[in-house]
Design a protein around this ligand. Structure first.
Ligand code: EPU
Length: 422
């Protein structure tokens, strides 16, 4: 299994291109199930999770054409779901990627039936899908959960007033997609306001859907009889952007990220400025210049527009070497501090109490062998490895390949001493 070897201590400097957003691309690819016409996506990141989703769609009878581009340039993917003939997402695929649940809403809306394996728990928490099921049931689907599968049937979904118990990103996306082909109006209250939900809504509207309010917490959808083809450019990855900003900040570097948008990153940029970094947002790029030593920043994760849980681990790496003590509260996932014990192996001073981490900055970290446990945890270990003195070997980096396109190439272009080893 591949590992990542990093010799730390080099301040990152230079320019790299940010890729399209994984968490926007995954629901968008599923949206192609809603129409018999071809849908083309550009700026699709070249990631293992995207490959898994395309495989899942292909085994349902969707025709997939993927034109690969160089790192950072964005692939072009065209999906044609006119021959859709197998509305099943099998366990073998869902178990490798929870986002497979995003086929449920579009499948039942378009074909009247869907059979999707229940995603199990994962490293960061139990992550049930009860809200997806509750919403579709309220829209008239008959749903049975049996033998580990969610089996949904409906002659035609009916518009309904939906309220989710908590803010759920993929839950909102699944229900919004299903509602596009339902009869009448659907109102999703307590909707997720994440920019990826807005990107999805924009594409659906381009496909003929009637949606208003995406980006707010009440989304209204007037169902239509059919959607048509469209071409859509996937938004830049705000979490990848934030991760590179953190890497540059932690190493005392100065970088420019192109193809990036600062508007969806306010909470993260605000905190980075509190650490002492200078940040300049340009039209399609972001510049960061780090101070000699960062100041520790406390954070509390919450749904957008608050601080994203997907950036918590990277900020823990920053706080590990900053001046002062940070209090970090994780409110979205119950088990998302797995990186803390690995950071401690590199010399960090971190105490965990329930959903709160107390991180006391130390002047330096020392390289060691550490293990990646999930995607964002891996990113925090990469940042720590870039800072640590000596060599850091990160094991189980397949987690990184799920969500960071060309990570070694991009970091090497910024001057990092990093390579993949067997
Ligand atoms: N939840 C339920 N029941 C549901 C749905 C959610 O209890 O039916 C709970 C979850 O267990 C969690 C909370 O609600 O405690 C929020 O979960 P949400 O549904 O918003 O998460 P998700 O949609 O499964 C997406 C991203 C995650 C990101 C979260 C939170 C995608 C494909 N995944 O997951 O991304 O952390 O929103 O912002 O969009 C990542 O990229 O590393 C990643 C984990």
């Amino acid at each position: 299994m591949d590992k990542l070897l990093i010799a730390g201590g080099v301040p990152l400097s230079g320019e790299v291109a940010i890729s399209g957003a994984k968490n926007a691309a995954l629901p968008l690819l599923c949206a192609a199930l809603l129409t018999r016409e071809a849908v083309t996506f550009t700026n699709v990141p070249h990631l293992n999770d995207i490959g898994t989703m395309l495989k899942l769609l292909a085994q349902m009878g969707v025709k997939v054409a993927r034109e690969a581009a160089r790192v950072g340039a964005g692939d072009t993917v065209t999906l044609d779901a006119s021959g859709l003939d197998n509305a099943v997402a099998p366990y073998e695929m869902v178990k490798t990627m929870r986002a497979s649940i995003l086929v449920l809403g579009p499948l039942v809306a378009r074909t009247g039936e869907a059979k999707v394996s229940l995603p199990g728990g994962c490293a960061i928490g139990a992550r049930p899908v009860d809200q997806h099921i509750k919403g579709l049931t309220a829209m008239g689907a008959e749903i049975a959960v049996e033998h580990g599968y969610v089996h949904a049937r409906a002659t035609r979904l009916k518009g309904a007033r939906l309220f989710t118990d908590m803010v759920t990103v993929t839950g909102t996306e699944n229900l919004m997609m299903a509602a596009c082909l339902a009869e009448g109006e659907t109102v999703i209250e307590n909707a997720a306001r994440e920019p990826e939900v807005v990107d999805l809504a924009n594409c659906l509207v381009a496909m003929g859907a009637r949606i208003s309010g995406a980006g707010g917490d009440v989304i209204r959808i007037q169902g239509v009889d059919a959607l048509h083809g469209a071409t859509h450019r996937i938004m830049p990855d705000r979490i990848e952007t934030g991760t590179y900003l953190c890497a540059a900040a932690a190493t005392g570097g100065e970088i420019r990220l192109t193809g990036a948008s600062a508007t969806s990153l306010d909470a993260v940029i605000d905190k980075l400025m509190d650490t002492g970094c200078e940040i300049i947002a340009e039209r399609d790029a972001i510049r960061l210049k780090a101070p000699r030593r960062l100041t520790a920043v406390s954070i509390r994760t919450a749904p957008y527009p608050a601080f994203p849980t997907d950036m918590q681990a990277q900020f823990m790496a920053i706080n590990a070497v900053a001046d002062g003590t940070a209090v970090m509260r994780e409110t979205i996932f119950e088990n998302r501090f797995m990186h803390a014990v690995e950071l401690i192996r590199l010399g960090a001073d971190i105490k965990i109490d329930g959903n709160t981490a107390f991180v006391k900055g130390v002047p330096k970290l020392d390289g060691a062998t550490v293990m990646a446990t999930d995607l964002r945890a891996s990113a925090s270990l990469v940042i720590a490895g870039l800072v640590a003195q000596g060599e850091t070997l990160i094991e189980r980096i397949y987690h990184l390949d799920r969500g960071y396109e060309g990570l070694e190439q991009k970091l090497a272009a910024l001057g990092a001493n990093i390579r993949r080893v067997k």
